[in-house]
Design a protein around this ligand. Sequence first.
Ligand SMILES: Cc1cc2nc3c(=O)[nH]c(=O)nc-3n(C[C@H](O)[C@H](O)[C@H](O)COP(=O)(O)OP(=O)(O)OC[C@H]3O[C@@H](n4cnc5c(N)ncnc54)[C@H](O)[C@@H]3O)c2cc1C
Length: 485
Amino acid sequence: MVGGGVAGLVAARDLAARGLRVTLVEAEDHLGGAVGAHQVAGLVLDSGAEAFATRSPAVPELLGELGLAERVVHPRRAGSWLYLPEGAVPAPDSGVLGIPADPTAPRLRAALGRAGLLRASLDRRMPAAVGASERSLGGLVRARMGQRVVERLVAPVTTGVHSAHPDELDVDAVAPGLRRALREHGSLGAAAGALRRAAPAGSAVAGLRGGMNTLSEALVRDLERAGAKLVTDHDVIALDRDPRRDGWMVIQRQPRHGAKTAVARGELLVLATDGATAVRLLGGHRDGLQRFGPEPGPQVALATLVVDDPRLDGAPRGTGLLVSADARAVRAKALTHATAKWDWVREAAGPGRHVLRLSYGRAQPDPSVVPPEVALPDQQLIRLALSDASTLMGVPLRPEQLAGADIVRWRAALPRAGVGHAQRVAAFRAELAHLPGTAAVGAWLAGTGLSSVVADTREQVRALLTAAGVPAAAATPTPSTPRKD
Ligand SMILES: Cc1cc2nc3c(=O)[nH]c(=O)nc-3n(C[C@H](O)[C@H](O)[C@H](O)COP(=O)(O)OP(=O)(O)OC[C@H]3O[C@@H](n4cnc5c(N)ncnc54)[C@H](O)[C@@H]3O)c2cc1C
C-alpha cells in the first residue's frame, strides 16, 4: 500500500480484514491525508474535510463498522449565504451544487435579478431533452436555467467544493444521477430537488462529533489491531517488479533522516496517492499509463480563526458563505462558521467564542501557478482572513479579538473531475489491468469527497481480491514484510 490518506487507510483495512498481511507506506509523518486534525486556541478541529455527503451509504456503512455510528451529527439548519458583488444574500436552501429545486422562488431574486429569475423559470417549461447532451455541469445548467444561475448560484459552490468552474466539471462525476433525474422528472429544478430529497435525514451532509479526523484515527486504530505495518515519514520514490514472487518491490526513502532507502515487498500493490504520483510511479511499468496526466487542481489554504465576539452568536450568515469569483471585496472563496454549523464545536468553544474557517485558492488558468493568497506567508494570510471574515460576516473583527489562528496548506488535495472524467478513469483502469495484482484508488480517480472516495476504494479492493483469487473469508496471508536493504 502506498499512501495513507482515507483511500489508503480504507483499502488497507479491507485487505487486512481478508487475512492479508499489509504494509502501508505514507510520505508524511501522520496518517489520514486530507482528513486530519489541528489545534487552534486549545480546540482540536478538522484541518481538512469536516463533513461527508449523505447521498450514498458508503461513509455511514464504514462508520458503522468502526463503531462510530453514534458519533454521527448533522449540521444545524441555519441556512447558508452567498457573497455576490452586491453583498451577502441567502442561498437557495434546496437542490444540489447550488442548482435551485425551485427556480421560480422569489427569494432567488436577490441573487439572480428579475431577468435572471425569469430565465431560470423557463426550466419548468422546456422539454426534458434541452441540455440533456451537455457533458459539463455549467453547460447543462446554462442550457436549462441560464447564465446567471451558473455564475451566481452554482459557480460559488463548485469553486468552494471542487476548486473549479462548473464549465470545467463533468456533470456525471460531480452530480451522479442528475442527468437521469432530468429525464425522469422533466426539469433540472425537479431533478435537483429529487436528488436532494434522496439524501437521508433531509440533510445533504453529516459530520462526526469530534470532527472527521476521528475517522482517520479509528481507521488507524483498527489497522494497528489487525497487525498492519504502518510506515510514516517514508516517501515512495519507485516501484520495481519482484522477480522472486511475481509481485512488487516498493522503494522508499526517509527524506528527513539522511535519505536512506528501504524496500517493502508484496504480491498485491494498491496505490492511494495523488494522481501525478501514481502515474509517475506506475508509468515506467506500462507505457500506456504515462499519457494519463491527471489535472491536479489548485493549491489551497485553509485559514482557521478563533475569535471572541458575542455578536456572532446569532449566526448572521447561517452556517457560512460561498463567495462569487466576481465579488472583489474579499479574496476568500468560502467561509464556514463552524460554531454555528456544528453543536459540538460550539460546546467545545464556549460562550461568545467562534470558529471561522476561510478557504483560499481559486483555480488558476495555469494550474502550476500558486494562487496569490495561498502564496502569502502565514501571518499575512491570517490578517487577510480576519479582514475577509469581517466583510463576509458583516461584523468588524479586530486582531485583539483573535484567541488563535492557524493556516493549513494543501497541495494536490482537490483534484478536478474534468469533462470526460469517467471515460478517462475507465481507460486508465483498463491499462492498469495489464499489471496484475495492482489497483489505484483515491480522489483523483473517484472524484473529490469522502463519499466518492470510500465507495470507489472499497469496490476496487473487492475487484483486486477477486482477480487475485483471494477467498472471501479467512485467506492465505500475502507476504508484504518490509526488508531494510
Ligand atoms: C481543505 C479540504 C477540505 C475538504 N473538505 C471536505 C469535506 O468537508 N467533505 C468531503 O467529503 N471531502 C472534503 N475534502 C475532500 C476529501 O478530504 C478528499 O477527497 C479525500 O480525503 C481524499 O483522500 P485520498 O486518500 O484520496 O487523498 P489524500 O488524503 O490526499 O491522501 C493521499 C496520501 O498519499 C500520500 N502520498 C503522496 N505521495 C506519496 C508517496 N510518494 N509516498 C508515500 N505517500 C504518498 C500523501 O502524503 C497523502 O497522505 C476536503 C479536502 C480538503 C483539502
